[in-house]
Design a protein around this ligand. Sequence first.
Ligand code: TPP
Length: 354
Amino acid sequence: MVAGDGAGPQATVLAEDAGWPLFAEPSSGAFARPGATKVSLNAIPAYRLLLDTPVAQHISRVITFGRPTLSRPVTALLNRPDVEVIHVARPGEAGPPRVHQRLEGRVDASETCVHPDWLRIWQHAGAAAEQILDSAGSDSAGVKPSHAQQLSPLRVAELAVQACRAEDAMVVAASNAVRDLDLVAHRLPPGVPVWANRGLAGIDGTIGTAIGVAVGMRRRTRVLAGDLAFLHDVGSLSVPQMERAAVPAVQIIVLNDDGGGIFELLEPAGQVPGFGRDTFERFFGTPHGNGIGALCAGFAVPHVVVRDEDGLRAQLARPPAGVSVVEVGLDRRFRRRQAARLQGAVRTRLRAQA
Ligand SMILES: Cc1ncc(C[n+]2csc(CCOP(=O)(O)OP(=O)(O)O)c2C)c(N)n1
């Protein structure tokens, strides 16, 4: 089962009752049954990394809930000619572009049948991927950033997740922030609402959304955002003075890699004949050199730069009241290699186990 944005716990209940592996996107709200204190065992950790391994070749049918638009591997799975897609829709909801059957209302798991080992195989694969993710921090899989970059973006997401308590909320910007969170979101305490403006996957409006979530839900809120997403909505730092007391802590973690890091993962950042790095930088990377700290100062928003894990942990442990910014400097040139190494390590491990 693929639970996309807004799927809700109905997806979890069905996956558990039917014994299906559950691929839950960070903003699916489908990590646990209603009232559960633990994440569902059906939710497969780092599922995205498993879709390029032998275990995924055995998938013949996918049940979708919500709006799964987040990652290329999931989109590719839903477009595979040998895969049947059944969408469980809310009224008026279209579902993914290629759907073989559309169901509405309550779906009963009692008449479904699946090989009893199917879930266990995926849980096993998910556990292997998690081990590799964990070892990414200690470099045994060779995916730790070089000394020039003390923190990897994945580690930042992981530490932000670790810092969340059950009564917090999380908001993630489009682009890499939500995709990094996708690999570690199952470690959030169940019940932490995760908001991601999916829409047309726009990077706009992230800060305003976070302030709205914090005020509306009365929850301390963590935000993960790239520098361009931050800059796009920087005006939302201007909270009217007489409203400030009503804003719970909104801690914005800006992953500043001076431009669009996600484009490092796309084809133009690879070896394209006649397409040099300068051209890539001008049209895709779009470095800006803007000072995040100076902008924050203009809005009287507290701002700190952290350079290592201890520094980030310390900031995450005590967010100040109101809106604040923690800036983490990253080098986006590492993105491509890190992603390839992580995927490669998972593929190699699972091939060896197959
Ligand atoms: C409103 C809007 N404008 C442009 C885009 C195209 N776009 C997609 S990702 C991206 C780069 C985002 O950069 P950043 O927020 O720094 O995150 P990173 O890619 O570094 O993770 C852009 C410009 C978009 N999605 N939405």
